[in-house]
Design a binder for this molecule. Sequence first.
Ligand SMILES: NC(=O)c1ccc[n+]([C@@H]2O[C@H](COP(=O)([O-])OP(=O)(O)OC[C@H]3O[C@@H](n4cnc5c(N)ncnc54)[C@H](OP(=O)(O)O)[C@@H]3O)[C@@H](O)[C@H]2O)c1
Length: 296
Amino acid sequence: MFQTHDKAINSSSSRIWFITGSSTGFGRALAEAVLAHGDRLVATARHLEQLQSLSAPSPEQLLTLALDVTNEAQCQEAVTQAMERFGQIDVLVNNAGYGLFGAIEETSALEVRQQFETNVFGLLNVTRAALPILRAQRRGHILMMSSIGGFVSFMGMGMYNASKRAVEGLSDALAQEIAPLGIHLTIIEPGLFRTDFTGRSLKVAERKIEDYAQTSGMVLDYTTKNIHGHEPGDPALAAAAILKVVEHPQPPLRLALGADALEMMRKKLDEVSQEWKTWEATSIATAFPTTPKESL
Ligand SMILES: NC(=O)c1ccc[n+]([C@@H]2O[C@H](COP(=O)([O-])OP(=O)(O)OC[C@H]3O[C@@H](n4cnc5c(N)ncnc54)[C@H](OP(=O)(O)O)[C@@H]3O)[C@@H](O)[C@H]2O)c1
């Protein structure tokens, strides 16, 4: 169905990347790093004009496509166009996403649905479109942009946390399913990075409940006033780290990005482990009494 490719393009030194949400932030930084590295790129964004300023050292390296990940047909079409142009996809980067802020009770059914439409179902739309290609190739690498919030929950960000936890859950299983087919999967878990995430991309629940002012409200206030524009993480350095992982013959299942991410996730693991220990006797006292085989 798709044109086959010459040896030069198939060589590991020239990968074909497909990135969602390439307009700003991580997607944009990664797009620039990939092109500078000499790889080929299908850069996608909801609004094509936002990719006009993305320039490749050589024009044949780059294909730009309009893609809203919530549009399943457009995801299929984008993958088809990528194949028509480059004949293969080596690295799929499911990066597109945004954060919904608000206490759980403050978020409406529609706001939650939209959060999942992009962060989870959108990611699945692109993944489903690309998997037949990767399986046929018996090689490739899927990068799932999760978050520190996919591992640790924060008040005021519960539905974002839930969406990223869903990404982690499905990714864990998918990684096991595609490993025998020669396809890698890495879950990326960034801490705070200086992108548009806490600025223009931030969605805030319309409903406000005064009882949550000191919890969810405080987190939102602190985020917009003190964090936005001061995040420690540099997306260009994140892109360099991601390139390194993709080039590694045995890439990790999880890649934390940022000292903040590592510290908070380690703390979470320690807390969970400690709680398991405290409640161990209760946990294991739940099985049927063992029936000796000889008495059956
Ligand atoms: N920055 C952080 O601290 C941080 C930390 C952990 C995880 N993340 C994750 O990193 C990813 C990228 O975010 P970012 O930090 O780079 O923020 P960003 O600069 O706001 O970029 C978000 C990107 O996602 C795109 N997008 C949103 N909805 C989309 C849709 N329906 N279809 C296609 N593209 C869509 C945006 O497109 P438009 O330009 O059209 O809006 C934009 O390109 C997200 O998945 C986010 O959850 C970020």
